[in-house]
Design a protein around this ligand. Structure first.
Ligand code: GDP
Length: 195
């Protein structure tokens, strides 16, 4: 997709701050440092709109980015950093859980994992939790440029087998460095947001 407009709208700390434009929303989840901000910047063709390496464990907010007046990316706080893990749900944020469960404009969650390593227990917990509530999921395996191409199939298999990915859920390899996977991810997002 050609992104002509992208703006940061709000860091919401509660539901009363969510945008009321009625546009569809795509949420992004992943442990801290997985490459979420870099992916957002790559997808929207901006160098630095999403803040990279935002401090883990900081105030838990939902960051809304409006794209082409068509949809929102909703950046969820990174999980799995030190003491902020999915096993400590309260810390990760009841209101984030509530957003994921109750927001009717939420069309899909992009779950980022690092292609280089097997998904962590927090990644698996997140995937299981989203699956349990029947929230549409797309798994994106980041930092593919750091894995030699010849080993991509092996690493992809490791991601799928560790998460026990359901056949209906897409897994896309991605690199914020090379742009690998960008168009595939856009086309998948648009399938979920075009009515
Ligand atoms: P976040 O905490 O999930 O938002 O992660 P960031 O986007 O801040 O990325 C964490 C670190 O990984 C930064 O140093 C990025 O430059 C690096 N990084 C993110 N994505 C990629 C990628 O696709 N390839 C490479 N080589 N580095 C990446």
């Amino acid at each position: 997709m050609n992104v002509t407009q992208a703006e940061f709208v709000i860091s919401a700390v509660g539901p009363d701050q969510y945008p009321e434009d009625g546009l569809p929303e795509i949420a992004l989840a992943g442990r801290s440092n997985v490459g979420k901000s870099s992916l957002i910047n790559k997808m929207i063709q901006r160098k630095n709109l999403a803040r990279t390496s935002s401090q883990p464990g900081k105030t838990q907010t939902l960051n809304f980015y409006k794209i082409n007046e068509k949809l929102f990316f909703v950046d969820l706080p990174g999980y799995g950093y030190a003491k902020v893990s999915m096993s400590q749900r309260q810390q990760w944020g009841k209101f984030i859980e509530s957003y994921l469960l109750n927001r009717d404009r939420l069309r899909m969650v992009i779950l980022l994992v690092d292609l280089r390593h097997p998904p962590s227990r927090d990644d698996t917990a997140m995937y299981d939790w989203l699956s349990h509530y029947d929230i549409p999921i797309c798994i994106v395996a980041t930092k593919a440029d750091k894995v030699p191409r010849s080993r991509w199939p092996k690493h992809l298999k490791q991601v799928k087998e560790t998460l026990l990915v359901r056949g209906t859920d897409r897994v896309i390899m991605f690199s914020s460095e090379t742009g690998l996977g960008k168009e595939e991810l856009w086309s998948h997002i648009l399938q979920h947001t075009d009515d």
